[in-house]
Design a protein around this ligand. Sequence first.
Ligand code: NAD
Length: 357
Amino acid sequence: MEFHIACIKGDGIGPEIVDSAIRVLGKIGSQFGHEFNYTDVDAGGVAIDKTGAPLPNETLDICKKSDSVLLGAVGGPKWDTLPGHLRPERALLGLRAGLGLYSNIRPAKLFKALLSECPLKEEIVGGGFDMVFVRELTGGIYFGERGRREGKMGPEAYDTEAYSITEVRRIGKVAFELAGKRNKKLTSVDKANVLESSRLWREEMHKLAEEYTDIEYSDMLVDNCAMQIVRNPRQFDVLVTSNMFGDILSDEASMATGSIGLLPSSSLGEGTLGMYEPIHGSAPDIAGRGVANPIATILSAAMMLRFSFNLAKEADAVENAVAKALEEGLRTFDIVGTSGATPLSTARMTQEIMDRI
Ligand code: NAD
């Protein structure tokens, strides 16, 4: 089969880790008889430097016409002082909204081989954990009305959290369906004791729970959830969250897996067009040194194979190769921990994973 992928390498370590994913996809292509074609497009800081805009129209147009989008990361100190609407991160919001990608799936799995790198005690994580965040991606406070105004105590700034019933139901359905394919357990995270938007969120989730009777459903307040992730991460299977809660909690869970450099994500809407990216940022502190962990981006490519291209066997092959490389003790610098392993470069780790496909 032939697939067209829009490739946004972005800033910082973006180009290094996207190149790794492309090499791995190349190996999959030759082994399983597929052709992956890439169109490089700019977004983020690199696009600002070239065109003055974080998300040029041409980039969005090409992404819309592709079978899927592979993204590295955007942003960096060079663009930190620009006004909000011109910052590299606006490109992400523009891509998500422009492509209608409302559902962000973020698996947080502790590989057995990395138990010793988990900052939590062994008696807490046991044989590892495997949870998935289903994060709403095109609503809530990141997209609500914002601004500056004169308040009771002088000048103030405000951001607005708003959720429609439609938005809550469609992300809820994604989460219930996913829970049905896994361990049939779903936790909905909200702040219904304080926020009206969370009360609506909870009402609609309860209605869905009545439709999906085979799913063990529960509510959890976000502050409790932040605590439970470090107290007992093994209690979770699928978690459904608003945009901001999912952003924060999935980073917390990522740290419990050993490194943020391990966690992939997919963003999907109604069709099969998706955007796939690691959950970490552009890591300016290590950019250009060839040491970034490529696993999050390689696993994002595996999610692309599974969700956008319906190539489950091929996705399994990538995921198994990553697990095998880790089991054999291969490590990039961020997951060396106490193992005593020699840290591998981005390129070498990529090659080792390819050799195990
Ligand atoms: P970050 O995720 O880039 O980095 C946090 C820490 O994790 C750093 O020490 C970094 O070196 C390390 N790290 C990240 N990825 C790694 C990898 N693959 N291998 C090894 N170590 C890795 O977060 P930050 O420093 O807060 O943000 C840097 C820039 O990235 C900012 O401009 C931010 O806005 C942007 N950002 C972009 C995205 C995105 O493009 N989706 C997401 C988050 C942050």
